[in-house]
Design a binder for this molecule. Structure first.
Ligand code: GTP
Ligand code: MG
Length: 657
């Protein structure tokens, strides 16, 4: 959620670089943290890391720059995050690669190993998750594997720190694998022909030639930088000549030939004993994906979260923080302390109606922090359990109707943690169309942790029916807009492939570290925005503009939405962060200024706002200013429109007393 450290790379340019590379969800980030002592997000779903992280580590007496990379399934990238990893191999001067492999899925790992061998980059193999392989009856003859590949092989259980010492020692044994995959005669002769056009670069000409034969479009920028236009044409001609001999795309043929060689190695090194009974966690994992049994499991999870976040966080802890800590101690103390200051305006700035302490900090710490804190804990547990990808699979059907696949569900679910982070995660999606739709839906309808918590907190105090109406409207809007945009936005979706990790018991330490990192993020990035929003509200109030804005907004806020005029302020600060706006509504509701209908209408409206300014910037960064601005221009009026329609329906049907 906060790992933008591109700048650090330059600071350490003189250090030898070692890249941690491997399939998604194999433990690269756990190992990175162990070696560098630097925290990066670790979760039990593929695609946790979407940006490169750098850290230094002194291994065997030498200082290195370690690079944690997004997981890849092949070095022919299908999505943006995979491309990031491939480009590092292509562009950076590396000491070598530590390839992390999930031992129980050795074949997927070896598929990459062969490509690395082809590239001629020094590397060695780390067979991680040995514990899970063993419990599935899988054992690997690592000595034999070492002989075949000609590189070092080290077994680890990263989460238990087992084998890490060996892993570190292995760094000094980095060398180029001698195993070179062979291809059929026509492809081999094509490789030889293409090689002639290629310049001397970091990776072997052979590997580049093969990449070009697969028709990897992401190599185009590189091609244009390094080859003359007519050379590019020649290469393409060679490719097409070979392609003519096959029905399937050449990339597919090449992969098939690689896989056959992987199978050959597996046969020699892997031993599987049948483990008869399915374990409880396996059955539970399967049930949670089932279209029918999955529903009660989801309901139980939602209920527990509702109790933990909506009741314990939003009522018990908030109640104490707000009434006792801030109500009895901090705010009166602050008001007294500021009473010695002779200037009213200064007093108001800090402890007035729109005071930085009495409003911004009180909302931030007393109202929102307990809620996001409990939500972060609950969400962290879900992330590490392996449930989220299963939920994605269960929801796949519904999402297919929107032109999205289950892989797109994952970023949407992650949006419940933080929309900004989730917008970055859209990089795991393969087509531009999917990335645009998910970015829009995240901005429009997926409430982030802070917001969801505050909203649940208010709704829990109204009724279950109110909660159901809110959730129903938001889900309806997500599906409606998702459906329409999948029809309107050109392009295509992609096949549904999502790896399902095993169900794991989350590690308390990881949950604690992750929650603390997120709370720190909240305090550092969200709270300053609250202060800024409050300051603007304060100034608007002092110069008399607030009244004007409220008059101006009155037809919408009072007329269309049927809300008290004071709700305008909540919407104003909702532009900064919708959770802060929601907190404003929370305060209004607590003060008895909103009836049930007004609560539902105002919450639906603010849920449909763009999540926060930070999210808007990330939208610009990821999708470009034009698309981001168009989304915002659609979202805000649309939010008020939906609120207005809902107000009309609720008032006329008298659904809510
Ligand atoms: N049982 C077991 N679990 C492990 C081991 N190593 C890592 N894990 C768990 O595997 C999950 C994935 O770990 P990460 O470090 O996030 O994996 P990653 O390779 O960085 O994944 P991406 O960033 O998505 O590519 C987490 O839930 C870890 O706790 C291990 O040796 N044994
Ligand atoms: Mg990672």
């Amino acid at each position: 959620m906060h790992e933008h450290d591109a700048g650090n790379a330059f600071k350490h340019q003189e250090l030898s670089k070692i890249v941690l590379l491997g399939n998604p969800n194999v433990g690269k980030s756990v190992i990175f943290s162990l070696l560098t002592g630097k925290y990066v997000t670790v979760s039990n779903y593929p695609g946790t890391t979407v940006e490169v992280s750098h850290g230094t580590a002194t291994l065997e007496g030498k200082k290195y720059l370690l690079i944690d990379t997004p997981g890849i399934n092949s070095l022919t990238p299908m999505s943006e995050d995979e491309r990031v990893t491939r480009d590092i191999l292509l562009e950076e001067e590396l000491e070598g690669i530590v390839q992390v492999v999930d031992t129980k899925n050795l074949n997927r790992g070896l598929f990459i190993t062969l490509q690395l061998a082809e590239m001629g980059i020094p590397s060695y193999l780390n067979l991680n998750m040995e514990d899970e392989a063993r419990s599935r009856g899988i054992s690997i003859d690592s000595k034999r594997l070492k002989e075949i590949l000609g590189i070092n092989v080290v077994t680890t259980i990263a989460t238990q720190r087992k084998g890490i010492g060996e892993l570190i020692k292995g760094i000094s044994t980095l060398n180029v694998s001698k195993y070179l995959p062979k291809y059929s005669a026509d492809i081999e002769s094509g490789i030889a022909k293409v090689e002639k056009f290629l310049p001397e670069v970091r990776i072997s000409k052979r590997s580049l030639a093969i990449m070009l034969l697969t028709g990897d479009e992401t190599l185009e920028p590189w091609l244009h930088r390094n080859l003359k236009p007519q050379e590019i044409e020649e290469v393409e001609k060679i490719r097409q000549e070979i392609q003519l001999k096959y029905l399937d795309p050449l990339g597919y043929i090449i992969n098939q030939q690689r896989l056959r060689q992987v199978d050959g190695i597996i046969e020699e090194v892997m031993d599987t004993v049948r483990v008869k009974r399915t374990t409880f966690s396996e059955s539970l994992g399967n049930a949670s994906m089932h279209p029918l049994w999955g529903l009660p499991i989801l309901a139980i999870i939602l209920y527990v979260m509702y109790k933990f976040v909506g009741y314990f966080g939003a009522q018990v802890v908030v109640g104490y923080f707000e009434e006792t800590l801030f109500g009895v101690y901090l705010n009166p103390l602050a008001i007294e302390a500021f009473s010695v200051i002779p200037y009213e305006i200064i007093r108001d700035l800090f402890v007035g109606e729109y005071g930085l302490i009495t409003m911004a900090l009180t909302y931030a710490i007393a109202l929102i922090l307990p809620i996001v804190g409990t939500f972060f804990i609950a969400f962290g547990i879900l992330e590490d359990s392996g449930y989220l990808p299963r939920l994605a699979i269960m929801l796949n059907k519904a999402f297919n109707k929107m032109g999205l696949n289950g892989k797109a569900v994952l970023p949407m679910i992650l949006g419940l943690g933080c929309d900004t982070m989730a917008t970055l995660t859209t990089r795991i999606l393969e087509t531009k169309k999917e990335r645009i739709i998910v970015t829009l839906l995240l901005a429009l309808g997926v409430p982030c942790s802070a917001q969801l918590g505050v909203i649940l907190g208010i709704l829990a105090s109204v009724s279950v029916k109110a909660t159901a109406i809110w959730a129903g409207v938001i889900l309806f809007v997500i599906f409606l807009i998702g459906y329409l945009s999948s029809k309107l936005i050109p392009g295509k979706g992609s096949e549904f492939i999502l790896e399902v990790p095993p169900i794991r018991v989350p590690q308390a330490k990881n949950i604690i570290v992750k929650t603390l990192a997120r709370v720190e993020w909240y305090l550092r990035e969200a709270v300053p925005l609250f202060l800024l929003g409050t300051l603007i509200l304060f100034i608007l109030d002092k110069v008399g503009a607030l009244v004007v804005i409220e008059q101006f907004a009155s037809p919408v806020v009072v007329g269309l939405l049927g809300l008290p005029i004071k709700a305008t302020e909540a919407f104003l600060i909702g532009f900064f962060r919708r959770d802060y706006g929601a907190a404003g509504l929370f305060a209004l509701a607590e003060a008895g200024q909103l009836d049930s209908t007004q609560i539902i209408v105002s919450l639906v409206t603010i849920t449909l706002f763009v999540p926060c300014i930070a999210n808007f910037f990330i939208m610009i960064k990821e999708r470009g200013i034009k698309i981001a601005a168009a989304m915002a221009a659609f979202i805000f009026p649309f939010a008020f429109l939906v609120g207005g329609v809902l107000n009309f329906i609720l008032r006329n049907l008298e659904l809510i007393s």
